[in-house]
Ligand binder design. Sequence first.
Ligand code: AMP
Ligand code: MG
Length: 400
Amino acid sequence: MSLLKVEDALAQLLADVSPTETENVSLHNATGRVLAVDLKAQRTQPPFNASAMDGYAIRADNIRELPTKLQIVGEVPAGYVFPDIVHNWEAVRIFTGAPVPEGADAVVMQEKTERDGAFVSILQQVPKGNNIRPAGQDFKEGEVLLKRGTELTYRHLALAASMNHAVVPVYRRPVIAILSTGDELVLPGDKPSDGQIIASNNFAIASFAQTIGADVLDLGIARDDMTEISTTIEKAVAARVDCLVTIGGVSVGDHDLVQDALKTAGMDLTFWRIAMRPGKPLLAGNLGATRVLGLPGNPVSSMSCAILFLQPMIRKMLGKEGPYRIDPAICASPLPANDYRQSYMRARLGKDAEGRAVASLFSDQDSSKLASFAEADCLIVRPPDAPASKAGAPCQILIL
Ligand code: AMP
Ligand code: MG
């Protein structure tokens, strides 16, 4: 049986995913949010010719011979406007950020002057425009300075504020509901009975989804029971979440009931089982407007599928470009020929003498091993049917 390739599965999953609607948030709440429009400056900055120094606003032609004594006719701090004109042989005491008075065409920094009561001696010649930041030097009203799709950081927020935006239009954070399934699962801190283990994937997926910009609705753990799984699926649908992520129960075992429960709830299946290792049992579908991703239960499979499928989906809902980054590296280990499945293998990342990234493969790639996933820095990506390669051969990695 030929299974769907990873890139084809991703294309099918993303085919009709579109960005969430836009909401306005205050600058204080906008860190990490994604801009939903091209943002135009609502103001020119600086809005006037501004002094770049504490000093004296003068006419450059008046100081061709040194020292020149000028009469001080006033003072202008930042935030005020000098109400008069600077005439020949006059100076205005000026401070950084203040508008340069009419008539003046240069500012001499105070360190190059000597004050004597109502007069100031200028000790240095300066060209016209000296120490003046012309109006609009930074940006002009109407200019687009921040592009749609920008993930807002402190630098962008400073610019948005200066452009006179108190709020910014951003994409709503998609809501991801997470449902764990399995009779064997209890929460950390609870007392497991014989045969039970502690649920971990739900924490990984929730944290990951939040990190990449989503909000999470935790639906807890459902037993391997049709009624219980179905009831919880209904909760997700009723909450109108953007995506329901189920964990476990999507393989071919007698207790893997998630697909049936989803179909009973009305899910249109997009795909089930793909040519990927780990993560073969991955399922995708639509429950009305709610996307469904059924992740396999094995922890490393679960997280790998989240990186490769949930992440691009959330990114697209947030109007971001590209699914995830793949980087080149050198593989420190020899690799056997690959079969038909695209593989993602845990590895540690280092550098060689030339500073190139070198990935050292972990010997055990068992998809249940959380400790090795926590220790890994990257996944080596092996395309289907890749031939065997020697240590030192180039490879592709996905940095964790
Ligand atoms: P399943 O896909 O339900 O057959 O589960 C495969 C393996 O993953 C089993 O060993 C489960 O115990 C384990 N598993 C399923 N869900 C979780 C979870 N939320 N946290 C940790 N392990 C899980
Ligand atoms: Mg199970």
